[in-house]
Design a protein. Structure first.
Length: 353
């Protein structure tokens, strides 16, 4: 074989290696994959300068809140205003049928107006959800405390409606303030707020079941009501602390939250037949509530575990991920003529995956 032909074949075989280890020598003939020019010099890299993203651009902290998130805060602020007006009626002793509607109506409108002004400039993503969740969780705390005081206190020591309205107002106001501080300081995801709100709901239901199911056998409803109220209040706060601790290491997807609710409901449903075993039994059937509470807890825990790695991808992000999952085995990035001793060769450069 002529020397020039052998040299050309050798150049073709060694071209990818020459391209990799001697980029300066090949810069004049190889259109690069990652080509940049700066300070009068041109450099080459076998890796493209801008590879396709796998999951889309990273979220920005400056992204404004969505319409749905803001709508939730508007709705909660209207409810807060109406509740505050009802509390003022109770505190001021307004009993005129017409006048008692004025504070709830005026404050029910003032709440959304305050949110509108607070949203100038637009609030970042996560803050409206944190404020709304704090408002709802604080109101629930007030309801739980007032309810427990009502069932435990003597008739002459009960707070009554005025104390109930006062507890709800104080709880919701403190919750809204804490939600605002958390939203400004930690920029939580709206999914974190949903986790906290869902957690206290699960905790209140499961705690009430354990409390009522654990009451004295065959006791009167009023006595069992005391333990159910205490169990609900304890479950509410234990779940709140647990969800807050969990949110520091895990942000659930909307799919995961949905499956947790599905597991919670499935646990309640599949445990219903437990009451059939109490037919003709001397045991108190209210113990079945303990079984249901445990089954609901296991169901929502299973929903969280099996979906803990799920993500919420947009249509564009799913397409990018699908495109990146099956890259071509070889990509040609350039080629050209190359002078060799006693002849001329041709070089091809590319990427191996």
């Amino acid at each position: 074989m002529p020397y020039a032909a052998r040299t050309t074949l050798a150049a073709l075989a060694l071209a990818p290696l020459l391209t990799t280890f001697a980029p300066g020598a090949m810069a004049q003939t190889i259109p690069p994959a990652g080509w940049s020019a700066g300070s009068g010099q041109q450099t080459w890299s076998p890796i493209p300068s801008h590879p396709p993203p796998l999951r889309g651009p990273a979220p920005s902290l400056d992204v404004p809140a969505s319409t749905l998130e803001m709508g939730t805060l508007y709705g909660m602020s209207a409810a807060y205003g109406v509740g505050t007006g009802i509390w003022l009626d109770a505190e001021l002793g307004i009993d005129d049928p017409g006048l008692r509607f004025l504070p709830p109506a005026a404050l029910g409108l003032a709440g959304p107006v305050g949110v509108f002004l607070l949203d100038r400039p637009p609030m970042p993503r996560g803050m409206p959800a944190a404020i709304a969740a704090g408002m709802a969780i604080g109101a629930g705390e007030g309801v739980g405390i007032a309810s427990y005081q009502f069932v435990r206190a003597k008739a002459e020591d009960a707070w009554g409606f005025r104390g109930f309205a006062r507890a709800v107002f104080i709880g919701s106001t403190a919750g809204a303030a804490l939600g605002y501080v958390a939203g400004a300081a930690m920029m939580p995801s709206p999914k974190t707020s949903l986790l906290l709100g869902s957690g206290v709901a699960w905790g209140a239901v499961i705690g009430s079941m354990f409390g009522y199911g654990g009451s004295s056998p065959s006791s009167a409803f009023g006595n069992a009501n005391d333990s159910a109220s205490l169990g609900g209040l304890l479950g509410y706060n234990v779940a709140l602390v647990g969800a807050a601790a969990l949110s520091t290491v895990w942000v659930p997807s909307y799919s995961s939250l949905g499956w947790m609710w599905a597991g919670f409901g499935a646990g309640l449903a599949v445990s219903l037949p437990v009451y059939l075993f109490y037919l003709g039994s001397d045991h108190d059937p209210r113990r079945g509530l303990i079984v249901q509470g445990a089954a609901a807890t296991l169901g929502l825990a299973a929903g969280a575990v099996f979906t803990m790695y799920s993500t919420d991808l947009s249509a564009g992000q799913r397409k990018n991920l699908a495109d990146a999952s099956s890259p071509p085995p070889f990509q040609v990035t350039g080629g050209g003529l190359m002078p060799v001793p006693s002849g001329m060769g041709f070089t091809v450069s590319g990427l191996l995956f």
